[in-house]
Design a protein around this ligand. Structure first.
Ligand code: NAP
Ligand code: MG
Length: 482
């Protein structure tokens, strides 16, 4: 099997070690062997990025726009093929995989246009005969560290603005799912982006990620992943005076009020809690339901969930693919046990599925679990599971629902299902989350508007849309004697 190599300084570089990329729908199937880099590779990549930076950051914006547009075009043209790769390596369904690749393509096209909209300000000085300009400049060499659950979209939504605003990039994707990042690097290598501007170094976070965080030639780190790793990165970046942006976990609430349309509420809860195997940072995992609709809601969830088909991510009949890894599978099972020990009831048992088909595949299949009789104090309602496991908290009324929704150390997304304008408006204003959805799933966001959370979920400026420039640029104030 030939190895998929790292891309450093415009060259394909063999790894010191390698990782096998496994299909979680069929763990006997190896997708490919991917290079594992070293701290030395990070050093070489940073040197290449630094060397490329002067020309890239001051070169024409047309060159940047054209390259980003070309990358976006190719992603869109190859969305079926690359979506299938995504689905094979990560386990979300093929439809979800294709959707994610299309989203990545649109992100590149958005930033291809955004390149052309770089603006500054001209201000009057308080001193006569002086003029002031406020302009934006790129930060320099940025390090991007990405998780396994959106192997194409998250690299895309960091790389595209980084390049658009004139930075050079070192990307370290999650070791579990290097395939999409490699495919994206290969597309970038043919896009007209000069050698050294974009570098891919695959490998373990403890090796490559740490080397990037510590490297004096990397000026900013954008990280998406777990809270534990993110907090450590932020501490190191503060000590080293690097700019840092973190997107981390969630324990997102979905409120269902008595006056909600039942079918809508059930559908958006099922979508947010279970699709993509619950492995979305914006997934709802706490369903907070007022007492007037509670019994009907639980019955309707049980009926709806009976029809969910768990299976091979590539099969057209599959609603929910496997979870991504053995570690995630074990974590999901462990949290169901923790919840039961705490007194929760299995309203929909789900759990481990021994899934064999005629072709004899075996993967990390975990069918959706719904827990009832849970309280906000339980661990199941405090800690992120990151799997197809959701719990219901019954509350008396809207006020208790809002308090319960905000009773978490996280604050990424929050949803409410209600027919009441009064409650919807109040919830939008008083939810302590970065993103609020009214009668829509918490998971599933647009690509051209800010993305991010509050409290323990996020740190630093927002990602995506025009807001991305807060992180990927630095402001300069110039004074000119007239
Ligand atoms: P993770 O374990 O924190 O890993 C994220 C990335 O950090 C991976 O590339 C990982 O490398 C790397 N890493 C690990 N240790 C490191 C270190 N010491 N220094 C630098 N980098 C290091 O998270 P994950 O398990 O991949 O992803 C799941 C988490 O991501 C969940 O908590 C989820 O909520 C969160 N997430 C958040 C968002 C959001 O936007 N808020 C979006 C998606 C996911 P390896 O290759 O070795 O793993
Ligand atoms: Mg990990």
């Amino acid at each position: 099997m030939s190895e998929f190599k790292n891309f450093i300084g415009g060259e394909w570089v063999a790894g010191a070690s390698s990782t096998l990329n496994i299909n979680p729908s069929n763990i006997a199937e190896v997708i490919g062997e991917y290079a594992g880099g070293t701290a030395q590779d990070v050093d070489t990549a940073v040197a290449a990025a630094a060397a490329a930076f002067p020309a890239w950051s001051t070169g024409g914006i047309q060159e940047r726009s054209d390259a980003l547009d070309k990358i976006g075009e190719e992603l869109l043209a190859r969305k079926d093929e690359l979506g299938t790769l995504l689905s094979r390596e990560e386990g979300k369904t093929r439809a979800e995989g294709i959707g994610e690749v299309a989203r990545a393509g649109r992100i590149f096209k958005f930033f291809a246009a955004e390149v052309l909209r770089q603006t500054g300000e001209v201000l009057a000085s308080v001193r006569p005969g002086v003029g002031i300009e406020v302009t934006r400049e790129p930060v320099g060499v940025v390090g991007l560290v990405t998780p396994w659950n959106f192997p194409m979209a998250i690299p895309a939504w960091k790389i595209a603005p980084a390049l658009a605003y004139g930075n050079c990039v070192v990307l370290k994707p999650a070791d579990l799912v290097p395939g999409c990042a490699w495919a994206l690097a290969e597309i970038i290598s043919r896009s007209g982006v000069p050698a050294g501007v974009f570098n891919l170094v695959m490998g373990r976070g403890s090796v490559i990620g740490e080397a990037m965080v510590e490297h004096p030639g990397i000026h900013a780190i954008s990280f998406t992943g777990s809270v534990g790793v993110g907090r450590r990165i932020a501490e190191r970046c503060a000590a080293l005076q690097k700019k840092v942006q973190l997107e981390m976990g969630g324990k997102n609430p979905q409120v269902v009020l008595d006056d909600a349309d039942l079918a809508t509420a059930v559908e958006l809860c099922v979508q947010s809690a279970y699709y993509a195997s619950g492995q979305r940072c914006t997934a709802s995992s706490r369903l907070i339901v007022t007492k007037g609709i509670y019994a009907k809601f639980v019955d309707a969830m049980q009926a709806r969930m009976a029809g969910i088909r768990v299976g091979n991510a590539l099969a057209a009949t599959t609603d929910i693919g496997p979870v991504a890894s053995q570690a995630q599978f074990d974590q999901d099972a462990r949290y169901v046990d923790i919840a039961l020990d705490e007194g929760a009831t299995l309203a929909v048992p789900g759990g481990r599925v021994a899934c064999h088909t005629g072709s004899g595949f075996e993967g990390y299949f975990f069918s959706p679990v719904l827990l009832t009789d849970t309280t906000p104090a339980m661990r199941i309602n405090k800690e992120e599971v990151f799997g197809p496991v959701a719990s219901i908290i019954q509350v008396a009324d809207y006020d208790e629902a809002l308090a319960s929704a905000n009773d978490t150390e996280f604050g990424l997304a929050a949803g409410i299902a209600t027919a009441s304008l009064k409650y919807a408006s109040h919830f939008k204003r008083h939810s302590q989350a970065g993103m609020v959805m009214v009668n829509l799933p918490t998971a599933g966001v647009d690509y051209h508007v800010p993305f991010g959370g509050r409290k323990g979920s996020s740190y630093g400026p927002r990602e995506q849309g025009t807001y991305a420039r807060e992180f990927y640029t630095t402001v300069k104030t110039s004074y000119i004697a007239s």
